[in-house]
Design a protein around this ligand. Structure first.
Ligand code: NDP
Length: 481
């Protein structure tokens, strides 16, 4: 049965866009060397002019962060730092609708996701780390672990505010100051977060935000005044950053790409598994580093699972991201749409069989219909490379051992999913899958207390939980680590 939905658009009125935004340095918005425009990927309309930070702007931001680190933040007792983090968390909650609408406009993701996932999780990260700020001596890193200093943070465009929260909250809780560079295509919620820092009376220079492109990120990574770099993004850029940081003495954590296997056994409840498969790959248009982009289905239930999956994909609603009924929003940029299209063409050329959900695509903006590839071999590019879009590649297996072998046959190791009724099989699989996170009978679940990070080309270091604190503390010499 098909349901008809009337339009249910969320109002944009709650967001006041400025014509142009400066850089957030030393607690104020300041001009920089040049400007660029940020657009809405759903309509291609220009939203605002944003400042491009050049090397001299990055230098000013690092100097402001250093001064704040030495004069205020590192010397402040943890319980005082915690109060600021609690205040920021509460302000994120208070301004949650504004943040959600702005995120959806700038990123293209459905309002349902920014409202129910991105923004609440961002607040949760600040609440969680606020609680740690005065308890670091009990975290198992020795009695008085020290902060590292000034941290440079470079984040991608898929979860702009949430990635900011993953980076900024633990850094501040541990007593570091930060210079953060948001992605070029999604700077607006980071700039609203800068206003929240002002509203929270955060001491100037504790958080600095430099907008720009890859060159700004490069300047930040190369800056000699930085003590640690935290990066989330592509494996290619991660490798470049690792080279740039080598022998510099800078600490480094990298959260990179993935090509996760979502493994469905023949005893899994099909409808529940299909919901998990859909959430695993079509959530956030598949712009998710831990997306379940390789579906491994046990051969005996292949026909049932595929039929149910196509049926479910046919009900997904693609369109206006601000509509509360929308399931699949816009692709974040033309460049990303081109990348998805190129990889999908390679899948067809290499002999895989493509099926796309029959949904009309809007005339303006960047869109890609939810797509599934069958008859995929492990050698196909669509089975090996991160597509970072709403495209699923399906492979089959007969035995658990074959499932493990195929799941681990990837240079990545960020996440995996297992669907079965048997608890023993879940544990057997989890102990063999080379992935930082293994979800059982669910997918894409996040919690600030749970460490997240990868193996192999998915990077190193963990974010979240007690493990995530270690990345922002000087734990050398601690016997308890
Ligand atoms: P990037 O890895 O290029 O971007 C991530 C961040 O790093 C952005 O802020 C970017 O700036 C910045 N950056 C780019 N080059 C450098 C550099 N040399 N030194 C320091 N910082 C740099 O991802 P893209 O946006 O280009 O996406 C490319 C592909 O990466 C996607 O198709 C997807 O497959 C993958 N990806 C994976 C992510 C993940 O979480 N695993 C997240 C994002 C992308 P700016 O964007 O402003 O130029």
């Amino acid at each position: 049965m098909r349901f008809e939905y009337s339009p249910a658009p969320e109002s944009r009125a709650i967001v006041t866009l400025r014509d142009s935004y400066g850089l957030f340095i030393g607690g104020s918005f300041v001009p920089g060397s040049s400007v660029f425009k940020t657009i809405s990927p759903a309509s291609e309309e220009v939203l605002a002019e944003v400042t491009h930070a050049g090397p001299e702007d990055v230098d000013r931001a690092v100097a402001a962060a250093r001064q704040a680190y030495e004069r205020t933040w590192s010397a402040m007792p943890g319980r005082e730092r915690g109060k600021y983090l609690f205040r920021i968390a509460r302000l994120i909650q208070e301004r949650s609708r504004e943040l959600a609408v702005l995120e959806t406009i700038d990123n293209g993701k459905p309002i349902r996701e920014s409202r129910d996932v991105d923004v609440p999780l961002a607040a949760a990260h600040f609440f969680y780390h606020a609680g740690w700020a005065d308890k670091l001596g009990y975290a198992g890193f020795g009695p008085s672990p020290r902060p590292l200093g000034v941290v440079g943070q470079v984040i991608p465009w898929n979860f702009p505010l949430l990635m900011l929260a993953w980076k900024v909250a633990p850094a501040l809780a541990c007593g570091n100051t930060v210079v953060l560079k948001p992605a070029e295509t999604t700077p607006l919620t980071a700039l609203l977060f800068a206003e929240i820092c002002q509203q929270a009376d955060l001491p100037p220079g504790v958080v600095n935000i430099v907008t720009g492109d890859g060159a700004t990120g490069q300047a930040l990574v190369a800056h000699p005044g930085i003590d640690k770099i935290a990066f989330t993004g592509s494996t290619e850029v991660g490798k470049e950053i690792a080279r740039a940081c080598a022998v510099s003495g800078k600490r480094l954590t990298l959260e990179l790409g993935g090509k996760a296997a979502n493994v469905v056994f023949d005893d899994a409840p099909v409808d529940q598994a299909v919901e998990g498969i859909v959430n695993g790959i079509f959530f956030n248009q598949g712009h998710v580093c831990c997306a379940g982009s390789r579906l491994l289905v046990q051969e005996s239930v292949y026909d049932d699972v595929l039929a149910a999956l196509r049926r479910r994909m046919g009900t997904l609603r693609l369109g206006d991201p601000l509509d509360k009924n929308t399931d699949v929003g816009a692709i974040n940029s033309r460049a990303q749409l081109d990348k998805i299209s190129e990889l999908v063409s390679s899948g067809e050329a290499e002999g895989a069989s493509r099926w796309s959900a029959p949904c009309p695509l809007p005339d303006r903006g960047f869109w890609f219909a939810p797509t599934v590839f069958t008859e995929v071999s492990q050698a196909h590019r669509i089975a090996r490379e991160e597509i970072f879009g709403p495209v699923l590649s399906v492979l089959t297996f007969r035995t658990p051992a074959e499932a493990v072998e195929k799941a681990n046959n990837t240079p990545y190791g960020l996440s995996a999913g297992v669907w079965t009724e048997k608890g023993s099989l879940i544990l057997w699989m989890a102990s063999r899958l080379r992935a930082g996170v293994v979800w059982a009978n669910t997918f894409n679940r996040f919690d600030p207390s749970s460490p997240f990070g990868g193996y192999k080309e998915s990077g190193f270091g963990r974010e979240g939980g007690r493990h995530g604190l270690e990345a922002y503390l000087d734990v050398t010499g601690s016997a308890d680590v």
